[in-house]
Each structure stands twice: as C-alpha cells, then as structure tokens.
Design a protein around this ligand. Structure first.
Ligand code: ASP
Length: 345
C-alpha cells in the first residue's frame, strides 16, 4: 500500500513523458562542423553552402524526435569543414569523449563531422577511445537547409545507434545513408552522392532501419578497449605525410619531406624514382609505410617490399595508414614493432 501511494505521488509530481525520457540512455553530441552543420543560400542548390553555420543547439532543437530515443546534450569541439580538422581538434575530441564515456551515467556518443576527412577522425577514435560504449560518427552530403537533405535522418539514426545495446563493443562506427560502417574499413567513395560511404571488400556492419538497428558483423581488428594507444597526456602527434605514386612521379616531394624533418611517410603506391629517396629517408630514421592508391586490397608483406626496410599497410588506405603511423610513433620507432601494429589494427 505504501509503495502504491509512493508511485501515485511520483506520477502526479512528474509528467509521464518526463518519467519515460529519464529512463532513456544519455547520448552526448560532440560537434565538429562539416556539411551536416552547413547552410546554403538556395534550398535547391545542394552543393553550394558554407560549413559550420548551424550550431549544435539548432541541430538538437530542429529534431524533437530525438527525445524518443535518448536524452541528448552536446559539447562543441569545433565548427569547421573537415579539411580544417587539426591534431589539436583530434586530441580534444578523443579526450572529451573519453571523459564523457567514463561517467557511469553516459550511454554513448555521436560526433558530427565533415565527410571529406571523416574516415581519418573515425579511425583515430577507433584507436584512442577507452570504452566499449557506442561512438557513432555522422555527417551529411547535403546542407542542413537543403531540399531532400540527408542530415536530419542521419543524425536521428546516429543517436538511435549510439543508444542501442547491440552497438556496445563494436568499436567506433560511421553512419550515413542508413548504413553502419566500422571506422576501420569505411572510406568516402564519391564526391557528392548520398551513398558515398562504403566498406570495400568487407561490407558494412549493419543498418539503422525504422524497425530496429540491425547488426550482422563485428570488426576483428584491435580497437577501443583493446587498443594500446593512450593520448590522455599528449599535446601533439608526430608529423607524417603522404606521397602519391604515378607514372614518372618525381622524387622531389619525398626528398622535401625528409629535408623538412617528418618522422614518417606513407607511400600511396610507388614509382621508379622513389628508390634513392627512400634509401635516404631510411638512413635518416624516417619510417616509411607502403600503402596503395587503388582504394582497396592488401599490400602484402612480401620480401620485395619488407626487404627494402618498408613497413606494409595491409589494407589500410594511405590516409588511414597515416593515422595509425602517427599513433605508432608515439610508442616506438622500431620497424618490427610498427609492422606488428599494422598487422593488428
Ligand atoms: N566540405 C565538407 C567537409 O567538411 C564536406 C562534407 O561535410 O560533406 O568535409
């Protein structure tokens, strides 16, 4: 009887909606900008807009439906186009996410990001987040103000995924166009189409459909709670750049980077002229990683490549190999150890 009276009391003190929403998971939105936070002058010109005009509060206020899935608040990290994301932003984001996810009351997190370099940030988080709780990186291909915009549904689906128990332990995920990808395997594949994100060769993890969040796979490479990388005390990361191979490619960019004092270089394919420059780089202690420019497929750890002192990137594209090499160089410069890292992550 006493507990019935207590329950009745609770019901009159709090509206039913409030009781229901208090039971929903807490998802924090970490915003960095990009097209999802952009406004255009003409609703139909969906490729003409300015990044970073929509505030995090506007995103949330525009979507009352979010309240059906989670208790959402936000933390603004930046409001820039994704080519403008810096090491400082990455470290601030990883530290902010780790602090939020360590709280017992947090359920998960969503990160807004421009799509151009989204896969780099997502992979960086996959390697540096110290929690099993879901982290979903989301973007859009059309401005928040455009006709047939994709941002609102992408954001709702990202919050639903971050709040879903099935998403726990799947590593950092990327969600656009109803499709959930692993940060390890996803890449942007098209300049303007909404179906731009793909996980070549291996396929997506699942889908955010209106009936449920449906997962079919889990990534097997090391990530989040099984990652050895710790950025909690770092203020910067080692400089690593990328050099592209093509017919008659000059060795000048490679030589210039070595002269500039970079700690590592990713070779996106090769060229005959690279031979002497790579020997020079290695003699100066620069770590070289052989990746490829085709966008999918493994670079084999063959005697031909490894025998020249190069580390092989497996099936990481050049921009993701750069992310991993920067983190690897915070721990070691030993080529064998770095190759182990490339084999495991
Ligand atoms: N310019 C945008 C960027 O920040 C493109 C996008 O967000 O889709 O990468």
């Amino acid at each position: 009887m006493r507990s019935l009276r207590f329950l009745l009391c609770l019901l009159c003190a709090a509206p039913l909606g409030a009781l229901a929403s208090a039971a929903l998971p807490k998802v924090r939105l970490f915003t960095t900008g990009g097209t999802i936070q952009s406004k255009g002058a003409h609703r139909e010109k969906i490729a003409e807009y300015n990044d970073g005009r929509v505030t995090p509060k506007e995103l949330i206020d525009d979507l009352p439906e979010l309240k059906d899935f989670a208790q959402v608040d936000f933390e603004e990290i930046a409001n820039v186009g994704s080519p403008g994301i810096t090491t400082e932003h990455l470290l601030k984001l990883a530290k902010g996410l780790n602090a939020w996810l360590a709280l017992p009351e947090s359920g998960g997190a969503v990160v807004t990001h421009g799509t151009g370099t989204l896969e780099e940030t997502a992979y960086f988080l996959q390697l540096t987040i110290k929690s099993d709780k879901p982290v979903v990186v989301v973007g859009a291909m059309r401005p928040w103000t455009g006709i047939s915009r994709d941002g609102p549904l992408n954001l709702i689906n990202a919050v639903r995924t971050a709040a879903a128990p099935e998403a726990v332990g799947k590593g950092v995920m990327v969600l656009l166009n109803d499709t959930i990808h692993s940060a390890r395997f996803v890449t942007k594949n098209n300049t303007y189409r909404v179906e731009t994100f793909v996980s070549r060769e291996v396929g997506p993890l699942g889908y955010a459909d209106s009936d449920r969040i449906a997962f079919y796979r889990s990534p097997l490479t090391r990530h989040t709670t099984r990652s050895e990388f710790d950025v909690s005390k770092l203020e910067t990361l080692p400089a690593v750049d990328i050099v592209y191979g093509y017919q008659e490619a000059s060795a000048a960019p490679l030589e210039a980077l070595v002269a500039a004092g970079v700690k590592g270089i990713i070779l996106a394919d090769s060229a005959p002229s690279f031979g002497r420059a790579t020997s020079l780089a290695l003699s100066k202690g620069v770590v070289l990683v052989q990746s490829d420019r085709k966008g999918s497929g493994r670079v084999l750890n063959s005697e031909r490549v490894a025998g020249r002192g190069l580390i092989t990137a497996d099936n990481l594209n050049a921009q993701k190999a750069r992310v991993l090499l920067r983190l690897a160089l915070t721990k070691t410069t030993d080529a064998k150890e770095i190759q182990r890292i490339f084999n495991e992550y």
